[in-house]
Design a protein around this ligand. Structure first.
Ligand SMILES: Nc1nc2c(c(=O)[nH]1)N[C@H]1C(S)=C(S)[C@@H](COP(=O)(O)OP(=O)(O)OC[C@H]3O[C@@H](n4cnc5c(=O)[nH]c(N)nc54)[C@H](O)[C@@H]3O)O[C@H]1N2
Ligand SMILES: Nc1nc2c(c(=O)[nH]1)N[C@H]1C(S)=C(S)[C@@H](COP(=O)(O)OP(=O)(O)OC[C@H]3O[C@@H](n4cnc5c(=O)[nH]c(N)nc54)[C@H](O)[C@@H]3O)O[C@H]1N2
Ligand code: SF4
Ligand SMILES: [Mo]
Length: 783
């Protein structure tokens, strides 16, 4: 960011890294000078541990030397933050994470790269706030309880509601932070033990529109290409993805290819994000008008006869309808609605259509809309009419969100409409298959699709959901309109929360169950590129916590079900037998294959090598063809008026992760972004007499909040940006719980109309935790 304060000579992540390295170097030198290394190895390691737990120590391995490493545990595992799926060695000693070190031999996606979170943000695991014992609420106060007591209370709570109101009065939320194995077990718990399809996860708030849009056009709700495309394609269209902050290691791959091989980079985003600086063309778009400019590109390509007729003819259906739909999206219309000038539209259309290969990359800027699924239809149509799909370097690459949202959030079936492997619950044969496997009568297997998580919150308002069991999700900050979410949580008859911290959501619970963190868990995560990868226990679990899957299994046992899994790999064996796309993925194979490119689903059997890119010969549909769906909605669900003249969009910053339960406890991350803020264009600031650092009142049709102004040319004039991470001053004080996208039921997080004014009285600090001394912030960069 241009108006960013300079810190030790360098900005942003480069500065963060440089300062961390300097400090580490100084500390190591100091230790060496004091001759503590050899005679007092233990002390030295303790000292190193402290240094790193502050997120400061760089490359411990270099400093310590090989002899020291003998004394340190080295565990190869997968990053617990985002879905890039970086793998690295975790170095630990005496239950403390000392640091991480990329190990390219076992890191098929990231090789030697990681970002600040993978490198430095693991001290949360041993933070003193970790939940270490189950908690029960008696007379409004929590007290520590034994596992027996706590699990009995959960059974009593869930069973009581089920007996009185039926199984569909319960809503279960699974966690995309947790392993595939834990998610598989949770969906089994919902269907077999409780008898409901009311199970969902954070994918609903995220890429559910991507999954629904892609499933009904090309077949799999997942990226069609992997690392090769991201590293070597000839052209990228990136939209609605702040890649350098949200998927920093993918951003590095892309920038490298642009720099070394002159690949074309087209960026469409309402904010001038860092990726725009590397782009051949950056087009500023109006939030909520994506069908408009994408249809405009399609029209431009067809009118200029640049579409791939042979591909369209042989491999797709629905082209004529698309031609008809895009007719009205003339360059003039696109400019008026979406803000893209005709020459930019034409240049992008020609670049995409004439490239040898093109990858279409997007994240939430496309998905989180009241017509999110249509945005994805439009994007898929663009790939299909140009024939840029089904090839190693050409295809669709939605960048998925949570570390395990691809696997845990979808593949494993903790969703209201599908069993594991995207097998619909409404299909009698599928129900028979799963009923057989679980030794149930098919009539007992619920046959109606359940509530999506967003609908659970709406149903609870009507009294149709009475109790919830939430694993690893913090809706009190992440749901749209948290005022509404809070009211719902307060009216529930029973709430159980399973987490690693006592979150704002958990505060409302009757029972809180403490789970192992990623660093204490075994299992697998599935990355954005469909790589399934091992997660290994790097440190011993603290206190009395248990793995997520084990807690669910023990609950099932109390309901009278004997599942007999003794390790995560036993669960994977059951998954293999029931989930065709995971049929050949075993823990033992993953151990072997992590060194030769990893295993990407579908892996149809034990001998199948995995699928680096999909749709080479046919699409995953009943007739093998891609089915184009027209996308004709133009407007977002709300548009500015005199009362709410500005548009707020929301999202992330590099140093924070979602509701902050992990990164707010990392001093390094907090020194950059310890509180909410409002990005506001200088012209808008001028119009409202706002100065940098002013506290603003921000009001939407759904709520109000206060946050500090940060004047920057990143957003459009007329558009403001507020991060989603914070309870106080965060975006979800202003967003709405409805309307939802029709097919996916996702909320419209990316468009909220607001008005702003300088606050009359300064409300004081509104940070997530007490503000630190440093108040510098950088929102750009990667490693
Ligand atoms: N540091 C960090 N990394 C993360 C996460 C995190 O919390 N912190 N979360 C992870 C998760 S779960 C996810 S899902 C991903 C999300 O990754 P991203 O989607 O990249 O993150 P966001 O910041 O939500 O928003 C993406 C971009 O959408 C743009 N945008 C806003 N409105 C519109 C619109 O109407 N149209 C278009 N085309 N663009 C728009 C924004 O300007 C922004 O650049 O990040 C993952 N990685
Ligand atoms: N306005 C706005 N709102 C948004 C978004 C946006 O762009 N704008 N983005 C949406 C998106 S894409 C997402 S994905 C959601 C994210 O929303 P959430 O999923 O609610 O956010 P997290 O903070 O990641 O919550 C995960 C919880 O899991 C806990 N946890 C971590 N590891 C484990 C584990 O191993 N086991 C268990 N049991 N718990 C664990 C954490 O402590 C935390 O409480 O937010 C959504 N909300
Ligand atoms: S890019 Fe994502 S997976 Fe890789 S280190 Fe960073 S947060 Fe972890
Ligand atoms: Mo997400």
């Amino acid at each position: 960011m241009s108006d960013e304060p300079q810190a030790s000579g360098q900005q942003g992540v480069a500065g963060f890294m440089a300062r961390a390295k300097d400090r580490a170097g100084e500390q190591v030198k100091k230790a060496a000078n004091e001759r503590v290394v050899r005679p007092f190895e233990h002390e030295f390691s303790g000292f190193m541990g402290n240094a790193i737990s502050e997120g400061r120590l760089f490359s411990i391995a270099d400093a310590l030397g090989d002899y020291q490493l003998n004394d340190i545990n080295v565990t190869d595992t997968t990053c617990e933050y985002c879905a890039v799926g970086c793998r690295y060695d975790v170095l630990s000693k005496d239950g403390t994470v000392l640091g991480t070190r990329p190990n390219p031999e076992k890191a098929p996606i990231n090789g030697i790269s990681t970002c600040v979170k993978g490198k430095f943000s693991h001290s949360y695991a041993t933070n003193e706030d970790r939940l270490t014992q189950p908690l029960l609420k008696d007379d409004g106060e929590f007290r520590e309880a034994s596992w027996d007591e706590a699990l009995d209370r959960v059974v009593e709570g869930l069973d009581g509601i089920r007996t009185e109101h039926g199984p569909n009065a319960l809503g279960l939320v699974a966690s995309s932070k947790s392993t595939n194995e834990a998610n598989y077990v949770m969906q089994r718990f919902a269907r077999e033990v409780i008898g409901t399809n009311n199970i969902d996860n954070c994918n609903r708030l995220c890429h559910a529109a991507t999954v629904s849009g892609l499933s009904s056009t090309v077949g799999f709700g997942a990226a069609s290409v992997g690392v090769e495309a991201l590293e070597e394609t000839d052209c990228y269209l990136i939209t609605g993805s702040n890649t350098t902050e949200s998927h920093p290691v993918f951003a590095t791959m892309i920038k490298q290819n642009v720099k070394d091989n002159d690949a074309d980079l087209l960026v469409f985003d309402p904010r001038k994000i860092q990726m725009a600086e590397y782009a051949d063309q950056y087009s500023r778009i109006e939030p909520g008008y994506d069908t408009t400019w994408i249809n405009g590109l399609i029209r431009c390509i067809i009118v200029n006869d640049l579409h791939d007729e042979e591909f369209i003819e042989e491999r797709t259906t629905g082209f004529d309808q698309v031609v008809e739909t895009v007719e009205k999206f003339t360059p003039e219309f696109v400019e008026e609605k979406a803000g893209v000038p005709p020459e930019e539209l034409k240049n992008a259309a020609e670049t995409i259509a004439t490239a040898d290969s093109c990858v279409f990359c997007w994240t939430l800027g496309l998905a989180e809309h009241a017509h999110g699924t249509e945005n994805i239809y439009a994007m898929a149509n663009l790939a299909l009419i140009t024939g840029h799909i089904g090839k190693p370097r050409a295809g669709l690459s939605p960048f998925r969100g949570q570390n395990n949202v691809q696997g845990g959030g979808g593949d494993m079936g903790p969703v209201p409409n599908n069993f594991p492997g995207y097998q619909p619950v409404t299909d009698e044969e599928n129900r028979k298959k799963f009923a057989n496997a679980y030794d149930m009568d098919v009539e007992e297997m619920p046959d109606r699709e359940g509530f999506r998580i967003t609908d659970m919150f709406l149903a609870a308002e009507q009294g149709d959901i009475r109790g919830m069991f939430i694993q690893g999700e913090n809706p009190l900050i992440s749901e749209p309109n948290i005022g509404h979410a809070r009211e719902v949580l307060e009216t529930l008859d029973f709430l159980a929360v399973q987490d690693i911290f006592l979150t704002d959501t958990a505060e409302h619970a009757d029972v809180v169950l403490p789970a192992t963190s990623s660093l204490e868990s075994n299992g697998t995560y599935t990355a954005s590129t469909r790589h399934v990868q091992l997660v290994k226990r790097a440190i011993d679990p603290i206190g009395n916590v248990k793995p997520d899957w084990k807690i669910t299994q023990q609950l099932a046992e109390r309901f009278g079900y004997d599942w007999e899994f003794s390790h995560a790999s036993d669960i994977m064996e059951e998954i293999n037998g029931l989930t065709p796309i995971y049929a050949g993925i075993t823990h033992e194979r993953l151990e072997r294959h992590s060194e030769d490119g990893g295993l990407q689903w579908p892996v149809w059997d034990e001998d199948h090598p995995g699928t680096p890119y999909t749709y080479a010969d046919q699409f995953q549909t009943t007739d093998g063809l891609a089915h184009m769906h027209p996308a004709d909605t133009v407007e977002p669900s709300e548009t500015p008026d005199d009362d709410y003249p500005l548009v707020m969009t929301s999202g992330r910053v590099l140093y924070q992760y979602h509701t902050g339960t992990m990164t707010f406890r990392e001093p390094g991350d907090m020194s950059y972004t310890d509180r909410s803020f409002v990005e506001i264009h200088p012209e808008t600031a001028n119009a409202y007499s706002v100065s940098n650092g002013d506290m603003l009142d921000i009001t939407s049709r759904h709520g109000e909040t206060q946050a500090m102004a940060e004047i920057t040319t990143r957003p459009n004039p007329g558009t403001i940006f507020i991060p989603m991470h914070y309870l106080h001053g965060g975006a979800n004080n202003l967003t709405k719980e409805k309307p939802l996208d029709g097919p996916s039921r996702s909320p419209e997080y990316k468009v909220t109309d607001v008005r702003i004014s300088v606050a009359e009285s300064d409300a004081g600090p509104i940070s997530a935790v007490p503000p630190s001394e440093t108040d510098e912030r950088s929102a750009t960069g990667d490693d």
